[in-house]
Structures are given as C-alpha cells and as structure tokens.
Ligand binder design. Sequence first.
Ligand SMILES: [Zn+2]
Length: 237
Amino acid sequence: MRCAVCGTESRQPRFRPIPPEGAPDLDLRPGEPLRGTMASWLQQCPYCSYVAPDITHAHPAAIEAVGTAPFRALIADTAHPLLARRFLGYAYVLEESGALHAAAEATLQAAWAADDARKPDLARAWRGDAVALWRAGPPLDAEQTVRVVDALRRAEAFEDAAATAEQLAASHPPEVVAGVIALELRLIALRDSGRHTVASALPPPARRPHASQGTIAKRNGMGGFWAFLRRLWRPKD
Ligand SMILES: [Zn+2]
C-alpha cells in the first residue's frame, strides 16, 4: 500500500471487522471476537509513522500533522504501550483535521489498549482526554453522552459522571439509554470504576446465553447501539 503522506509503499494488514458475539461494554467497546482484534484496526506507515485505518488516504491537515514534533513525540514515547501510541497518533491526526469526536473515539481506544496492557493510570488519563475532546466538539446525542458518562466513571471522575448522567436522565432519553443511565448511576453511587457490559443494563431474559446478540438487540430496542457500533468501523475522513 502506498502511504498518502510520504508516498512509500509497504505491506499492511487489511482489517475486516468480525461481528461481535459478546455484549459491548458500556462505553461500546465491542465484545469478542471483535474486541481482541484492536491490533489490526489501524495501519501504520513504517517510514513516516502516519497511522490511520487506511493509510492510502490522508486529510491535508493530516499530512502536516505527521511532520510535527507532538506527533513524533506521541509515536516515540516508549513509556506508553505500542498499540496505545498508534491510537494516540491517529487521535492527534484527527484532532488536527478538526474531527474532534473521531479524535475522542481514537483516544478512548488508546485507553482500551491501556486496559489490556494493565496500565490503569494511563487508561484513566486517556479517558479524561477523550471526554475533553467529545465536549470540545459539536453537541453530543444521547448515545454519545452515555459513553461520556462511562468514560468519566471509569476515570473515577464520579461527580462529573453523576452530574452528566442526571442531566441526561432528565432529558427523557430513549428507553435503552435510560436503562444504561440507571445502571451508570448505581455504579457511580458504589464508586465502581470497573468494566461492565450493556447486557447488565438489560432485563434478565436478555441474559440467557443461547440468545444471540442480534435477537437481544431486536428484542430490547438495541438497534441504535448496534448501528452506532457499526459506524465505528467505517473509515473516517
Ligand atoms: Zn508514510
């Protein structure tokens, strides 16, 4: 593949998303088997380090961003897990292109990589950074606000999480969002910053192991969440 930034050709994995079978986390980190494929979500040019889902395309601002000192520093920081650096580099490129919500998403993905690498301090810091990027962008819809609440809770910013959740609950959100927010508020009250899945927010019959996620999704009006998840895999420009 030919890098859109430096023009050098390299071999790159071509990622084909596998539909998740397990329920996603409350921040919509997908369930397995998709969950375990993060290492192949982004391509990275071995010459200039440009990183994106498809390095054959680049926003004009991205081409400039790759040459800057902050980008080089993010990519070269060996104190951070390698996979997380790739997501942070991509987040920086997106931020410089003005795509703040997409940058928030990539920063949250860096936090997921930190979770997997057992670096809780980094994961908390990057969740906080993701929230700042979400809030710096255009107004968020109810589903996105749920993810902000979850990122705040997992970053142990419990007061901000509670205030944001209560504000959303008061806005008469769709039923499935209200269910997740009720669970978030219970977890926040317990000062629980751990990982929980969307399945915990659903009524008990939905938790029967033989029911496929597709069936659960339909029965519980989860279509919006799954549509949202699918949007995560489209290349962003
Ligand atoms: Zn390159």
